[in-house]
Design a protein around this ligand. Structure first.
Ligand SMILES: NC(=O)c1ccc[n+]([C@@H]2O[C@H](COP(=O)([O-])OP(=O)(O)OC[C@H]3O[C@@H](n4cnc5c(N)ncnc54)[C@H](OP(=O)(O)O)[C@@H]3O)[C@@H](O)[C@H]2O)c1
Length: 174
């Protein structure tokens, strides 16, 4: 069965973005061609992306063109949005039902891109099969957390990789 995977970069203190949504702190850890932190390999294993509306807005802001034109892309928002290229907006009323439907289809894995608010909803519904977390050796002090609220789930560590840059990649399985 296809898996639902979080692949994300996190500060030492568990934030995925600064308070204002900024991700400048990631600039010191670029994804050069010879060290993309496994991104190309990972991306080749997915055919569907899921993202919260704030992450979607950032993706559009940061890229000249939408970066995932060849995958099926769902953007979660509680309010109706006008149609946009490459994405389907969904209100998140029945996240478990949507994921059950997607997983029942043939295909590659599903990437839960983020951000933290959407990650939290998926964790609450226990829908995350795997997480590939890149821990950046930077303390932000405040920001938008990888997960928020009081949800508690346990994961098994399956693999750890240390990059020359000091970034640690940890693969967790539920
Ligand atoms: N470090 C990394 O690798 C990484 C990865 C991804 C994102 N980010 C950053 O994370 C930040 C965004 O994270 P975030 O936690 O603030 O926001 P987010 O999860 O990306 O988006 C939040 C929005 O998504 C919608 N949403 C969330 N949960 C929903 C649900 N259960 N049902 C329906 N809609 C739902 C709502 O949109 P509406 O308000 O429209 O209803 C909500 O305001 C950005 O700065 C982004 O750049 C960093």
């Amino acid at each position: 069965m296809r898996k639902l995977i979080v692949y994300i970069a996190v500060s030492l203190d568990g934030y995925i973005a600064a308070e204002d949504g900024g991700i400048d702190w990631l600039n010191g850890y670029p994804n050069p061609e010879n060290n993309d932190y496994g991104y190309a390999r990972f991306f080749a294993t997915v055919d569907t992306t899921l993202m919260g509306y704030k992450t979607y807005q950032d993706v559009l802001r940061l890229a000249d063109t939408f970066p995932y034109p060849d995958t099926t892309n769902y953007v979660f928002s509680r309010s109706p949005k006008p149609e946009a290229p490459y994405v389907t907006f969904t209100n998140g009323d029945n996240i478990p039902g949507l994921i059950q439907r997607l997983k029942a289809q043939d295909g590659k894995n599903i990437w839960l891109v983020g951000g933290g608010e959407l990650n939290t909803a998926f964790l609450q519904h226990d829908l995350i099969d795997e997480m590939i977390i890149h821990t950046i050796p930077v303390v932000l002090g405040s920001g938008r957390p990888l997960f928020a609220g009081t949800v508690q789930k346990t994961f098994k560590v399956k693999d750890i990789k240390l990059y020359d840059t000091g970034v640690v990649e940890t693969r967790y399985e539920r």
